[in-house]
Design a protein around this ligand. Structure first.
Ligand code: BT5
Length: 262
């Protein structure tokens, strides 16, 4: 793996500026610093190994050497801070399609930020931003994909990799390139509309969380609900088991299957 990884990339700006590290704490940390230094929209930080990979809410993202895609994308959208979680959905759909295209695996999105294959997690996304109430300075979309891992830490029983499921070895740079090309198109549609409307149908078709009963938890409660639909702002329409209908936003909750991860 080297810095020429993404040569031949056909995007206009996604991935056209690239920093590559053999080892780093977290590509999100570096991407935030690079964004402050003035990195252009679309710049990507990639590492072969992260020694302090981050999940959401202070959780750890295990990022072993030379096995996965550990990367962060810098964006500078003209959006409001409350709209930024929607970019996670755009990135999730783009990565889901890139994986389907290149591996033929039945990858699905677990709303809002995971991609699963055979009900196990292959990819997670951590979106962070720097903003005032009204204006975005930058957004960092961190994406981790288990690509060629054959073993998994016992702390992550719901994890798998593309290689473990596809019984094949996959080139990480191919997946990154395909992701960048699909994402650039979808991101432009999304930012033009300031709505997920033009990609929502495809998102829903690939979303494993829809039309099923799940356990939802937030900081103060856990309950069972049926997932009815997804809105054009990315929020979920749910019905609680007592019949109450509600809208929930991705920042607030974790969604799990009734009997397992999905
Ligand atoms: C996520 O958080 O899924 C977001 C992961 C984002 C990782 C990328 S890698 C590049 C960039 N740089 C970073 O430092 N981070 C981003 P969350 O939904 O909170 O899920 C975290 C949970 O997933 C952990 O608590 C573990 O249970 C599990 N987990 C940890 N490592 C995993 C792995 N490699 N594969 C599957 N599951 C994992």
């Amino acid at each position: 793996m080297n810095k020429e990884w993404l040569s031949g990339l056909t995007t206009n700006y996604i991935g056209q500026d690239l920093e590559y590290y053999e080892e780093i704490d977290s590509t999100n940390i570096r991407a935030k610093a690079w964004a402050k230094e003035g990195a252009k929209e679309g710049s990507i930080v990639i590492a072969d190994y992260q020694n302090a990979g981050k999940g959401r809410l202070g959780r750890v993202w295990l990022s072993p050497k030379a096995t996965g895609i550990w990367m962060s994308l810098i964006l500078r959208p003209m959006l409001l801070p409350i709209e930024i979680p929607q970019i996670t959905l755009v990135a999730g759909l783009s990565m889901c399609k890139a994986i389907q295209n290149l591996t033929g695996l039945d990858a699905k999105i677990k709303w809002p930020n995971d991609i699963v294959v055979n009900k196990k997690k292959v990819c997670g996304i951590l979106t962070e931003m720097s903003a005032t109430e009204k204006e975005i300075s930058y957004v960092v979309v961190g994406i981790g994909v288990n690509v060629n891992n054959q073993t998994f830490d016992s702390s992550i029983p719901y994890a798998t990799s593309l290689a473990a499921e596809g019984k094949s070895y996959y080139q990480r740079e191919q997946i990154i390139k395909r992701f960048a090309e699909i994402f650039e198109k979808q991101y432009e549609l999304y930012t033009q509309d300031r709505s997920l409307k033009s990609i929502l149908k495809e998102y829903k078709n690939n979303c494993i969380t829809l039309n099923k009963e799940v356990r939802i938890s937030n900081t103060h409660e856990e309950y069972t609900a049926y997932i009815e639909d997804i809105n054009t702002d990315g929020s979920l329409i749910i019905t609680r088991s007592d019949g109450r209908c509600e809208t929930i936003f991705s920042g607030e909750v974790s969604v799990r299957g009734l009997y397992g991860y999905v």
